[in-house]
Design a protein around this ligand. Sequence first.
Ligand SMILES: CC(=O)SCCNC(=O)CCNC(=O)[C@H](O)C(C)(C)COP(=O)(O)OP(=O)(O)OC[C@H]1O[C@@H](n2cnc3c(N)ncnc32)[C@H](O)[C@@H]1OP(=O)(O)O
Length: 421
Amino acid sequence: MEFPFDVDALLPERITVLDQHLRPPARRPGTTTPARVDLQQQIMTIVDELGKASAKAQHLPAPITSASRMQSNRHVMYVLKDTSARPAGKGAIIGFLKVGYKKLFVLDDREAHNEVEPLCILDFYIHESVQRHGHGRELFQYMLQKERVEPHQLAIDRPSQKLLKFLNKHYNLETTVPQVNNFVIFEGFFAHQHRAPAPSLRATRHSRAAAVDPLPAAPARKLPPKRAEGDIKPYSSSDREFLKVAVEPPWPLNRAPRRATPPAHPPPRSSSLGNSPERGPLRPFVPEQELLRSLRLCPPHPTARLLLATDPGGSPAQRRRTRGSPPGLVAQSCCYSRHGGLNSSFPNTGNQESKQGEQETENRSASEEHVLSQDGSGEEPTHTVPPQAQAPPAQSWTMGGDMFNARFIRNLQERRSTRPW
Ligand SMILES: CC(=O)SCCNC(=O)CCNC(=O)[C@H](O)C(C)(C)COP(=O)(O)OP(=O)(O)OC[C@H]1O[C@@H](n2cnc3c(N)ncnc32)[C@H](O)[C@@H]1OP(=O)(O)O
């Protein structure tokens, strides 16, 4: 990837580590130094362009890596530049790897819930023209060394097929421990204690002084003993969550029209049923008639609940999510998140699907309730706390008497003078 400025001079090393400050590295002696603000602007341009290219390569609707997101999170980006001679002499960028620590609730192989804070692979991209040339491995290897982690200690945020193959080939990571969230962990994840963040990230998380302290072992914390299936509300906020928030309207407004022909694009991969639709196109809005019909069925009206429970037109995913609930609880259990139900084609967690389908209802609304980080830094939240410990969100897309929806629907009806009631 080339840029209209001198990448070679801007990033003197083959691999540059960027944190939330996006500081330009020190330049080689003898290089003319433009104003620092210009250099930072150039760094921001590189980050933005890499983020866009990565999103495109992964078919994401929007970049999950950008300068502004870097500045508001404590992530670390490893940027690999091309050191081979360039005709224009300005150098080029080959790709990047973004990592960050996140608090996650993960299931172990006995399906017990564990609260851990592993280093997560958040975004990874090598330019198309040089993929499968070993650059990905070079970058990954550098990051492992710098962060002082073993590959099996990592959690991967919705890995693509290419990344799964990459991890399998280079690090022998194959057997996953099924999860109900977007993160993939591999066998061996629980075998070792999780260390505290290595200096590169620790320095950004705490003070520089803290970075020189010897690393204390930070074992994966365990939650209280396993509870009954229905009570469990595992969640772990993916870095990609915001993609869902931006565009999709609430259920039932997001229900796709029944289509005779298959969609042009295959459904995006998902690690759990109906979860994480980010890697594919979002579904179109429903036609007006269907919308009005759905509005009439809005909970909490008792008749609506009854109709909802017996609605033959509801999607299978919809029916599955409410399966097993007592009829009177159907409406409440429809705490729908912004995410539509999508079939999973994700290979590693497929055996969890039916269980996940039943848990989705609670899990997803919980996973979207963002909270401030524990250190109170005001950074963009990177983890969530159990739903029962939180106040209800000020605005949510749930249908059970939610203010936002009520207002939204009223406005819609007023504009059209077609109130159904
Ligand atoms: C959490 C996340 O970030 S998920 C998103 C991961 N990123 C992407 O999917 C974006 C597109 N892909 C890429 O940018 C790159 O292919 C990466 C980052 C996954 C790997 O980087 P590369 O430089 O290609 O990897 P490297 O050359 O070191 O290793 C090659 C191995 O990766 C895997 N791999 C890379 N590309 C492919 C591909 N198109 N199809 C299948 N496997 C692939 C294979 O195991 C390959 O080994 P092989 O060529 O012997 O089959």
